[in-house]
Design a protein around this ligand. Structure first.
Ligand code: ZN
Ligand code: ZN
Length: 256
């Protein structure tokens, strides 16, 4: 049995004390690979360093919509260099967060477009963060022709129609631990309809821990609870969900 955590943040301070144990626990839980996402300048080198010290860890680099306002003339040249590293398997997370609005919306929109262009230049799939900005996210993915290299909609929170449009554009839909929450009925209905062939599972650790760890620090080994819930919802064996989501992740991240 194999599992992949398609999205985590191992470089965040929450893992400073026990990163080795966290990665070891992931291995013991059947995780083949962990993808760690460096979302801002101060995290990129640390994400790469972790990826280089652990054969099971790969990196994803980019500027999160929260940090869009911090992009300056050095940002893209730096990312161009860092992303040439073979351990970098996607560009992101990029997108729109109209829930927290930590960067002004017009800047988020502009930087999202620019970073899709950059990812295409780097020939990398993109990892998209969309919170309360479904329509704008779809519009930009279409107009910037993100289909060319495709990617992942991480922490998916849209409806089935949106999932379908994203899948048609060559995107995978990544399911976080919130699928296990008591109030996730609507979301579970959506996931039920999305073909397993288009699904990934993720933790977004240290955030969004699944039940029975809700409210605690999340970690990659907990991705199995999310995969188990997906199996339950879709009425297929857990092993099948593990196998297919692993294949999907290996395909989008071009492993082997
Ligand atoms: Zn995100
Ligand atoms: Zn994230």
């Amino acid at each position: 049995m194999m599992l992949i955590d398609s999205h985590s943040h191992l470089e965040m301070p929450e893992f400073k004390k026990d990163l080795q144990e966290v990665i070891q626990r992931a291995k013991s839980s059947g995780l083949e690979y962990i993808f760690t996402v460096g979302t801002e300048k101060k995290d990129w080198n640390r994400a790469l360093e972790i990826a280089h010290s652990h054969p099971s860890v790969y990196a994803i680099l980019g500027v999160h919509p929260h940090n869009a306002r911090e992009i300056d003339e050095e940002t893209y040249p730096t990312l161009r260099k860092l992303c040439a590293d073979d351990k970098v398997r996607a560009y992101g997370e990029i997108g729109l967060d109209f829930y927290r609005n930590l960067s002004p919306r017009d800047i988020q929109l502009k930087r999202f477009r620019e970073q899709i262009v950059l990812a295409k230049e780097l020939r990398l799939p993109i990892v998209v963060h969309d919170r309360e900005a479904h329509q704008e996210t779809l519009e930009i993915l279409k107009s910037e022709k993100a289909k060319e290299y495709g990617g992942i909609i991480h922490c998916f929170s849209g409806d089935y129609e949106m999932a379908k449009e994203c899948i048609e554009m060559g995107f995978f839909i990544s399911i976080p631990g919130s699928i296990t929450f008591k109030n996730a009925g609507g979301f579970q209905e959506v996931v039920k309809q999305i073909p397993l062939d288009s699904l990934l599972v993720e933790t977004d650790a240290p955030f969004l821990a699944p039940v029975p760890f809700r409210g605690k620090r999340n970690e990659p080994s907990y991705v199995r609870y999310t995969a188990q819930k997906v199996a339950e919802i879709k009425k297929v064996p857990f092993e099948k969900v593990a196998e297919v989501t692993t294949e999907n992740a290996m395909r989008v991240y071009r492993l082997k």
